[in-house]
Write a protein that binds this ligand. Structure first.
Ligand code: KG4
Ligand code: ZN
Length: 388
């Protein structure tokens, strides 16, 4: 039985916006089941989309796999896939139970079909196909990045166009979201993803996994000005990112101090966060200049930040300054909807379904699936950059 008292589950439950469905259900609402297995969270959710385009979450169940991966210091693909197989059925059943919804009431099954770890994606896609086939439901393949990109439609009723900064363990991108299915990538990372840089820095400083929250916590007690760290990509014309050099600079500073005291670790974390905040703020400012030519004159500008790293308060404060300076409104979904979840997948599926975009049972999971297929690779991009 799923442990719904776990700290992973509790904050998600707080986001459920209604009592379970009953006989008073608005018949014009479409209910979509979402399934997410692209990385190390197994998740299922049910969302409702009204005819006027508004959405609400009926249930959202997320089981993180940190315990299985912690001792390796990162996600092990084979372990992740196996863990999805072991619990996905139960997570889906819990999602439907929490929503008070039977499979017969659904309008569609939406599933993350990429990008991500192929073993996990195959588990989710095969399960979604089986449900769709047996219950005669339409199947919707969702791009995980699109799910992050459209979350603000569900949480705030904010619809495109807007500028999106997507920062997670596997992705670091700046995109203009013109509409559902219409994305223009302005910037990406040429090496590590931002969350990956946090995780690697945490690992080399002996902090826990996942590293982002650990680095943030340690930085609270630190002084950001004790170490001079580089500000990667500052002033570059294209709004790309790079974090590998910064991580190496932290390593060099740390090696010179061994054995590290708590104070050293705190100061290094604070300096690392300050460098990240300044670099990302600069890249977003540059993206705003470029986006200006691509957005309607006079319309209110919106900056949306999504992905796990959006939880970082230092980064948020820096982005709030950038947004205020440029006349943008800043939008950050609640933390449980910034990190991986299935409500965002169900919502992206509902948005696609509303446009008549469904997929056949021959749909294939895709380890790589860029949101903007026309984007040219960033100069110097290595294998890390290519996946985001
Ligand atoms: O979106 P997400 O849950 O999963 C991916 O799709 O990758 O993001 C997880 C990433 C991890 O790298 C984690 O260290 C980072 O987000 N993260 C943070 C914070 N909370 C999570 N990074 C910095 N500060 C945080 N508070
Ligand atoms: Zn994600």
């Amino acid at each position: 039985m799923l442990d719904t008292s776990s700290p992973v589950y509790a904050p998600v439950r707080a986001l459920v916006q209604t009592t379970p469905m009953d006989a008073t259900q608005d018949k014009r609402e479409t209910l979509v089941l979402g399934i997410e297995t692209s990385c190390d969270e197994t998740a299922a959710a049910v969302v409702a989309r009204a005819a006027d385009g508004r959405g609400r979450i009926l249930s959202s169940v997320v089981r993180a796999q940190w315990e299985q991966h912690r001792r390796y210091g990162g996600v092990v693909p084979e372990i992740a896939a196996r863990a999805h197989v072991e619990c996905l059925d139960e997570i889906i059943a819990q999602g439907l139970r929490d929503a008070g919804v039977g499979l017969g009431q659904l309008a569609a099954v939406a599933v993350t079909a990429g990008p991500g770890l192929i073993g996990g994606l195959l588990v989710g896609v095969a399960t979604a196909k089986a449900l769709a086939l047996v219950h005669g439901l339409p199947l919707v393949a969702v791009n995980h990045l699109e799910a992050h990109a459209l979350t603000v439609g569900l949480t705030e009723g904010l619809h495109p166009p807007y500028l999106l900064l997507l920062v997670s363990g596997g992705h670091t991108q700046l995109l203009v979201v013109h509409g559902v299915g219409r994305y223009q990538r302005l910037g990406t990372t040429i090496d590590d993803a931002l969350g990956e840089a946090f995780d690697k820095t945490a690992k080399l400083l002996g902090l826990g996994f996942p590293g982002g929250p650990a680095v943030e916590q340690a930085a609270l007690a630190g002084r950001a000005d004790r170490f001079a760290l580089p500000r990667p990509m500052l002033g570059r014309a294209e709004p790309h990112f790079s974090f590998a050099g910064l991580k190496t600079a932290v390593r060099h500073q740390a090696q010179a101090l061994v054995p590290l005291s708590d104070g050293n670790v705190a100061d290094l974390c604070a300096a690392f966060e300050a460098a990240i905040a300044e670099s990302v703020a600069d890249r977003v400012r540059r993206a705003m200049e470029i986006a200006e030519q691509r957005l309607d004159a006079g319309a209110q500008r919106h900056l949306v930040v999504a992905g796990g790293v959006a939880a970082n308060m230092r980064l948020r404060a820096a982005l709030a300054d950038v947004a205020a300076g440029a006349g943008y409104r800043l939008h950050v979904p609640p933390p449980a909807l910034c990190t991986d979840n299935a409500a965002m997948v169900a919502w992206a599926g509902a948005e696609r379904l509303a446009r008549g975009w469904t997929d056949g049972l021959d749909l294939e999971a895709r380890a790589r699936w860029p949101l903007d297929p026309d984007a040219v690779p960033a100069l110097g991009a290595g294998k890390h950059g290519a996946k985001a």
